[in-house]
Design a binder for this molecule. Structure first.
Ligand code: IMP
Length: 215
């Protein structure tokens, strides 16, 4: 496997939440991240039709611009009764005409479509959050690590702790939504823990095992 020869990644994201999360996850391994925003990199348009394609577009742009290995993540919510929608368009469903984001609007849209299918039991309302993490070298060589969190959608939304669609997603085996969990409970994972709960943490866990020597 191709070695990573320095201890700094560029994180191909302008999102402060993702920066904090990745910094926390990488710190135990002695790696640091610099964000695309801090380095003044433009945000490329996400024109892919899969999580992998969008993750690659972001990571490749950041790696090529900086000469550093780049990490990116592309994620979304896939609802079975909606044939996997909103999927790669999860963020778009929350985007208003003026460009701002409204996740209550997005959750209402998802719920309206879901109830039109007659999905009135947890079994008919299943779905998963998916996250694909991409490691990209400046010459364009890429690796992907995918994590999924299974669960079902609830209505009305519950909890104020998370972001995005967290208040309507109840992960399998839990009786609270992601929005009712602490960040530590949802994303937390440190070397030695067997499982992470969230899709992003699971993708990171695979990456850390393959690339950072995690147990
Ligand atoms: P992106 O990965 O930055 O393209 O954004 C994907 C979209 O999926 C975001 O708008 C989030 O709202 C949503 N999303 C991804 N992961 C989560 C999560 O853990 N909780 C809630 N929403 C999420």
């Amino acid at each position: 496997m191709r070695p990573i020869d320095n201890k700094t990644f560029v994180l191909a994201s302008h999102n402060k939440g993702k920066l904090r999360e990745f910094s926390d996850l990488l710190a135990p391994f002695g790696y640091t991240v610099r964000s695309a925003a801090e380095l003044g990199l433009p945000e490329p348009e996400e024109t892919g039709t899969t999580f992998e394609e969008n993750a690659r577009i972001k990571a490749l742009a950041a790696a090529a611009a900086t000469g550093l290995p780049a990490l990116s993540d592309d994620s979304g919510l896939c609802v079975d009764a909606l044939d996997g929608a909103p999927g790669v368009y999860t963020a778009d469903w929350a985007t208003k005409d003026d460009g701002s984001r409204d996740f209550m609007m997005a959750m209402e849209k998802t719920e309206k479509l879901l109830s039109e299918t007659g999905a009135d039991t947890p079994e008919k309302r299943t779905g998963r959050f998916v996250a694909t993490l991409c490691l990209c070298f400046p010459d364009g060589e890429t690796e992907y690590y995918r994590g999924e969190a299974e669960g079902h959608l609830v209505w009305p939304p519950r909890g104020t702790d998370g972001f995005g669609y967290d208040p309507v997603f109840q992960p399998l085996g839990h009786d609270v939504t992601f929005g009712e969990m602490s960040a530590e409970q949802k994303h937390g994972w440190k070397p030695g823990d067997e499982h992470a709960l969230s899709h992003r943490a699971r993708a990171f866990q695979k990456f850390a095992r393959a690339r950072l020597g995690a147990a």
